[in-house]
Ligand binder design. Structure first.
Ligand SMILES: Nc1ncnc2c1ncn2[C@@H]1O[C@H](COP(=O)(O)OP(=O)(O)OP(=O)(O)O)[C@@H](O)[C@H]1O
Ligand SMILES: [Mg+2]
Length: 221
């Protein structure tokens, strides 16, 4: 028996935590049991390499760490988390909602490569993580698409204007813009459900976005 895994994906500050919590509230109200996941698992020592990468210890710019290496850092954290915390429940048929997942590697790492290599890279990611490491493949990926200038405003508000709280992805707006472009290509190639979360200047309301997410998730609940 295999569980169900719903992933909420998106760039920094696109509303993943906010929307994951609302989807979980909806599931709870319907009386179903579920478990919320969030990656990377910063509470666990398995995220050490991710912290070094995002903290700029390996390179001050995201491009300084090759996309295969960076993806491997995130993948081993997930693999350890799966084995230690949720393998049995998943294999017993449990329902999981995850804020970020293996799909974040497609979002953040693909743009480091020339476009001609994107297809090969996405195939490698899926083969490495789902087939070789044996981490579950999501049943549905809901991608929150937000213009980077809007998500940067939300992040600045959240950090109260303190730029030092931003990691090397969040600090590099040019990098995030290219990630948004590749993420939309990945979404198309990998069959993700894309939800536009802003009008180019302002975010849509939290409750409107939540309604769209619930509709997208319903067939999997
Ligand atoms: N639709 C929205 N309208 C206005 N503010 C929002 C909206 N969605 C989220 N926010 C606020 O924007 C900030 C970022 O949201 P949230 O933390 O949910 O994003 P995230 O995608 O989880 O970010 P990160 O990638 O950094 O983990 C939070 O302060 C949140 O309250
Ligand atoms: Mg978050």
């Amino acid at each position: 028996m295999k569980g169900k895994l719903i992933v909420i994906e998106g760039l920094d500050g696109s509303g993943k935590a906010t929307q994951t919590a609302l989807l979980c509230d909806y599931i709870k109200e319907s009386g179903r049991s579920y478990r919320k996941l969030s990656f990377p698992n910063y509470e666990s020592p398995s995220s050490a390499l991710v912290k070094m990468y995002l903290g700029g210890e390996l390179s001050s710019k995201p491009d300084g760490v090759n996309p295969y290496a960076a993806a491997a850092f995130y993948a081993v954290d997930r693999c350890a988390d799966f084995l230690k915390y949720w393998k049995d429940e998943y294999e017993g048929g449990g329902l999981f909602v995850s804020d970020r997942y293996a799909t974040s590697n497609a979002v953040y790492q693909t743009s480091k490569l020339p476009e001609a290599q994107w297809g090969d890279y996405l195939r490698w990611l899926e083969d490495f993580e789902y087939d070789k490491l044996g981490v579950p493949k999501p049943d549905v990926v809901i991608y929150l698409d937000m213009d980077v200038s809007v998500s940067q405003q939300l992040l600045s508000k959240r950090y109260g204007g303190d730029e030092s709280k931003k990691d090397i992805h969040e600090l590099d707006v040019g990098f995030l813009r290219s990630c948004r472009r590749t993420a939309l290509c990945a979404a198309e190639a990998l069959g993700w459900h894309v939800i536009r979360c802003d009008d180019g200047r302002q975010p849509r309301s939290v409750s409107d976005i939540s309604k769209d997410i619930i509709e997208a998730a319903k067939p999997y609940l």
